[in-house]
Design a binder for this molecule. Structure first.
Ligand SMILES: [Zn+2]
Length: 76
């Protein structure tokens, strides 16, 4: 096998493997995000101004950043 032929076989193989690794990493990152997000951030909707916001502390009540009133979590 000449070096040129082995490169013609190895390069596409390496690229295909690289693509699989990249897709796998993307999948892992997206999966991890989807799983962690609902647990970490509670979502609130302000009863006064309708502003929708998140709070990483996951407390039952959080202050609206727009008008400052306390709102209950819509989703925890
Ligand atoms: Zn508000």
């Amino acid at each position: 096998m000449t070096p040129r032929i082995s490169a013609a076989i190895l390069l596409p193989t390496a690229l295909a493997l690289g693509a699989v690794v990249v897709l796998w990493i993307q999948h892992m990152v997206r999966d991890g995000m989807l799983r962690r997000r609902p647990r970490r951030n509670a979502i609130y909707r302000c009863e006064s101004c309708g502003h929708v916001y998140e709070d990483a502390r996951n407390v039952p009540l959080a202050t609206c950043r727009r008008c400052g009133i306390l709102n209950e979590a819509v989703r925890r």
